[in-house]
Design a protein. Structure first.
Length: 102
């Protein structure tokens, strides 16, 4: 488990909270542009936090030096990149679906 919190993780948390506030204000004021901007900022924050988690995991794997760990580290990297690609495709599919509704 990582003891280091990356700058990306911290920035992501700030963007997530700021985006939630902005989205809430936009919805309360019936301002779609502001609400959408807040939602986009939240997505950015989530992406930054995910990137921070990858950085933290990479830092942790650099600190470990034991026989057989290289295979485990490789498997973790493969799972992370595969999950990120799947998430990207899922988000892209939903965005395209939404664009095509209108």
């Amino acid at each position: 488990m990582s003891t280091t919190t990356s700058e990306s993780t911290l920035k992501g948390k700030v963007n997530e909270v700021a985006g939630k506030i902005k989205q809430g204000a936009g919805e309360a004021l019936n301002n779609q542009k502001l609400a959408n901007s807040g939602a986009a900022q939240q997505v950015k924050g989530h992406a930054q936090q995910a990137w921070g988690a990858v950085q933290e995991a990479a830092h942790d794997t650099e600190e470990r030096n034991r026989p057989g760990f290289e295979k485990t580290a490789h498997d973790v990297r493969e799972k992370l990149t595969s999950s990120a690609e799947h998430l990207k495709e899922s988000i892209k599919h939903e965005a395209d679906s939404y664009k095509n509704r209108g």
